[in-house]
Design a protein around this ligand. Structure first.
Ligand SMILES: [Fe+2]
Length: 256
């Protein structure tokens, strides 16, 4: 399987998986970009994966379903028009006739958020939508710090070499924030240098990898003493539990 991308709006990525002339796409926010791509390549669109209900991830869904008569996997509940295969936590499904994916609930940014994991590819892959970003996490629009901590802990259980494809190019500002939280963490500076090199030639910073996230992402590192100390210094009080620490780090990032 090859993974390609289209950029959409100011900083969204529409991920495209391709195998033997067939494609599956993740989060078709903009149908126009997909029409252009299919016209240019001649690929057959068979499956769409939706991570959550926000318009920049779903805006093109109905048009794409109508045009290509493909399947659309996504959160159940009926609130997203165009989903043909509603999924629940830990449900498996197969795309492109051979790649088995597991959908799992990853709340925090929204309540309906699903992440998609596949271990059938050369290296395991994850589409994390707007829950896990490279060096960051999504804003808590609907969920609580407890929800986001639950999701971060789920990602930690994935194989460490899992490649992480998220929904936005937020990496550079995330790494700058991570460096403020952990100024002595050299892995963050190393990642920032690499990412700046990619961005300077207009290449995505993605994918990330779970083992990289474990070393640099403050939201994955809320049990590390350096992150706990930084969160307590920011909030000027003692924090009682890991969710509270994550909540303060998220607050800090919102005002960064
Ligand atoms: Fe979102």
């Amino acid at each position: 399987m090859k993974i390609n991308y289209l950029d959409a709006f100011s900083d969204n990525y529409i991920w495209i998986m391709e195998s033997e002339g067939k494609i599956a796409i993740v989060d078709p926010g903009d149908a126009k970009r997909i029409h252009e791509y299919i016209r240019k390549t001649g690929y057959v669109l068979t499956d769409v994966l939706i991570t959550h209900h926000h318009w920049d991830h779903t805006g093109g869904l109905e048009e794409v379903i109508e045009e290509y008569k493909c399947q659309a996997y996504g959160p159940s509940g009926g609130h997203i028009k165009g989903i043909t295969k509603p999924l629940h936590d830990n449900e498996n499904f197969t795309i492109l006739d051979r790649y088995k994916f597991r959908a799992f609930s990853a709340p925090g940014h929204t309540n309906d958020q699903l992440s998609y994991f596949c271990g059938d590819t050369d290296k395991p892959i994850l589409f994390s939508g707007d829950t896990l970003f490279y060096a960051g996490c999504g804003r808590l629009f609907e969920g609580t710090p407890e929800d986001m901590l639950f999701s971060m802990d789920r990602y930690k259980e994935l194989p460490s070499d899992t490649l992480v494809y998220c929904g936005h190019e937020y990496t550079e500002s995330n790494l700058k924030f991570a460096m403020t939280v952990e100024p002595h963490n050299e892995e963050i500076l190393k990642a920032l240098k690499e990412v700046q090199k990619s961005r300077s030639i207009n290449k995505p910073s993605l994918p990330s990898r779970i083992d990289i996230e474990l070393k640099i992402n403050p939201f994955m590192r809320c049990r590390e003493s350096s992150v706990i100390k930084a969160a307590e210094k920011y909030s000027k009080r003692k924090l009682d539990n890991t969710a509270e620490i994550l909540g303060e780090i998220r607050n800090w990032k919102d005002n960064f």
